[in-house]
Ligand binder design. Sequence first.
Ligand code: F6P
Length: 467
Amino acid sequence: MASTQAAQVLVASNRGPVSYQVAEDGSLHARRGGGGLVSGLSAIGPDAGALWVCSSLSDGDREAVRRGVGEPGVRMLDIPADVHADAYNGVANSVLWFVHHMLYQTPLEPSFDAEFRAQWESYEAYNRAFASALAEEAADGATAVIQDYHLTLVPGMLRALRPDLRIGHFSHTPWAPPDYFRVLPDDIAAAILHGMLGADRLGFLTHRWADAFRACCEAFVDGGVGGTRIGVHGLGADADFLRQRSHEPDVTERLASLRTEIGASPDGTPRRTIVRVDRTELSKNIVRGLHAYRHLLATRPEWRDRVTHVAFAYPSRQDLAVYRDYTAEVQRVAAQINDDYGTSAWTPVILHVEDDFARSLAAYRLADVALVNPIRDGMNLVAKEVPVVSDEGCALVLSREAGAYEELAEDAITVNPYDITQTAEALHTALSMPPGERAERAKRLAAAATALPPARWFLDQLNELEA
Ligand code: F6P
């Protein structure tokens, strides 16, 4: 049943637009996040009757829900910490993320045992909590757009509760091809596909991921995708926001300190920079990126002392041991390169691991080369943002396995992310590109990267659902 202030447009995602921390004096502090959905929702305006349903993720969030503290337009669900841990860490991030990004070392993993079955029950309970909240809050005939692999069962559950709604789901990840998707236990693979097919329309970032989903349905569901429509919306960078934000004083300040850190070549010119900015995420391929840089220094000695690899690898999913180990490996390989090649005047790799958005933008501004080499990635917005922000225009070394490849391949230098030799050669080509060509390519990359800004990306999905 719709409540009195029923919502016309509902968004559901695991991570919401705000998070809370309890300070030492017991007061609650709110932190607001950014991203495509935040811009999308602001584009429909404050009077559109929109509601964002999200999960509490931390003790601070749960405390906020219990104290009744909240933001207008946001309903944070009080999911018990153990249920959330099983659903988010156990199923979504350790299984579904691994399947869609094809991250398993299959001789040893995955193993679907009794512990996994218990986690799956939590995933179902967590999805049910979202479906119930959406069903409670939605106005008659409202539109609900559900986000990502955390919430694959919600469309089907919500459809059963509220057949009057228009239901969309959007995947921000790749989708696994059938031969990989079938590592999931049969009943769970079926539950996920049937859950998703409860939606009227499913959105994906690229044709490749949409085709993979369709292929999974054809392989594992009688009648394939049936009446569910499938669309592609390639989320782009937010040019206006980025251009303005990257010229604010805190960014300019960080630009100056980064320049000092990078320093000058023996001939007095500023050192060239290869920039990467990522979450420390298994799929981002940071370790092979470092090996490729090392191979460049080994095989092209002319670059020694003349180039710096600025690598920002920000903490992510640190509850999972495999992410902690990967973070340690990134730090170990970077330190090894500095030990082997560094001098008193030159640090070959500048690695920063504390998240600092202003410093990321500063690095974007001074990038000569952007390195984006994921082994598999839904889109990769960094590939789209650096060409927009870079002061002189950067060359882009881009993995053919990133979603962004579909739109940016023509003006990027593209690589097989597993091929370290080829990636090193691509870095050399990018560093050697004449400034005129680099600027021209960056201009075209920026145009392609901003073709579908976040607000339009979101509105297009709503329009399609309401059509
Ligand atoms: O699509 C993947 C995604 O959920 C993105 O929306 C987000 O940027 C990223 O993963 C971060 O994930 P988390 O919320 O687990 O930190």
